[in-house]
Ligand binder design. Structure first.
Ligand code: SF4
Length: 317
């Protein structure tokens, strides 16, 4: 595993260390692990969930629209909804649609269908509606449209990769910022969310915005403000300014994550699955790509049997 910290690593460190092991160690070609299970894990790594896919497509739509302008709207909207529908159709019947795997952009398998979640159809329908509604709110909700129109009129960056930041304890920081605008007094960050208004601001994410702005524009990190736009219900959050106290909390959190990754690294490199505690939480397991391979899975679901070699799981562990 690369010595880096990213939001996706952080999410897995928080939710389930075992899943972290499968994603970053067991799936790696060069690291030791039971070859039969490794082959399956490498296939499972490509799976996604209906809400993750809808969120990814919504970000893609917004990126296209902001970069290419309104003439791209119909094309981008059609393309992202069609890609979502294709993944659902494929996942409903991977054997009948086996030819799609040879397509230029093969659809991903959706884990809710693969693992026979009884709510798969319902969840897929809701995720599609969230995607469709999210696009509409982005385009037509007055305050939301006002925000991106104003930012787009000035110096701005869309889907900006975070790179080149100073290392923390030997670890680089990776990330992506959805939309950034800069004017004479501040750097404004916008974070699109598929869901509805809920959690508080993430101090680590705020720290990363601040460090990136400092490097990119040579400004004080406290000139950064961030706001999240919840496209699931059209909530435009109040602007939130980064302050020194929040930076200190973010730094502490980052160093804790890095310490944990360093501690676990030798076990991961040696392929010792048991060193990574399973979460034992049904909700978490139901959204986990690796539930079919994890001996501590609590999802209560069983993978559908398929006659194609998509992912022929070894006998249930
Ligand atoms: S099935 Fe559950 S315990 Fe196992 S890796 Fe996934 S989330 Fe963790």
């Amino acid at each position: 595993m690369r010595s880096s910290h990213s939001y996706s690593k952080r999410e897995l460190l928080d939710s389930c260390l075992r899943q972290f092991f499968y994603e970053y160690y067991a799936a790696a070609k060069k690291l030791p692990f039971d070859p039969e299970r490794k082959a399956v894990i490498r296939e499972l790594k490509e799976f996604t969930g209906v809400y993750l896919l809808a969120g990814e497509k919504l970000h893609w739509f917004i990126e296209q629209y902001l970069k290419k302008g309104m003439t791209s709207q119909l094309w981008a909207e059609h393309t992202c909804l069609a890609a979502f529908d294709l993944a659902v159709n494929y996942s409903r019947d991977p054997e009948g649609n086996a030819g799609l795997r040879d397509a230029k952009y093969p659809p991903p398998m959706l884990l809710e269908f693969y693992y026979g979640d009884p709510r798969a159809e319902e969840l897929a329908g809701k995720a599609r509606e969230a995607l469709r509604g999210g696009i509409q709110r982005f385009l037509a909700n007055g305050p939301i449209k006002g925000l991106w129109t104003e930012i787009k009129a000035g110096e701005h960056f869309v889907e900006q990769r975070v790179g080149g930041l100073p290392k923390f304890d030997g670890f680089g920081i990776e990330g992506q910022i959805d939309l950034v605008g800069r004017d004479s007094s501040r750097v404004r960050v916008v974070d699109w969310k598929l869901g509805r208004n809920g959690e508080s601001h993430d101090s680590l994410q705020m720290l990363i915005y601040g460090l990136w702005a400092e490097k990119k524009f040579q400004v004080d990190p406290t000139s950064v403000t961030a706001r999240r736009v919840f496209l699931g219900d059209g909530t435009l959050e109040a602007e939130h300014a980064l302050d020194r106290a929040q930076m200190a909390v973010g730094r502490a959190r980052l160093l804790q994550d890095i310490e944990l990754m360093k501690e676990l690294d030798p076990y991961g490199r040696a392929g010792i699955e048991e060193a990574f505690s399973p979460c034992h939480r049904q909700n978490e397991c139901r959204q986990c790509k690796y539930q079919g391979i994890c001996p501590d899975n609590q999802s209560g679901l069983a993978p559908r049997q398929t006659s194609v070699s998509l992912t022929v799981l070894p006998s249930r562990v």
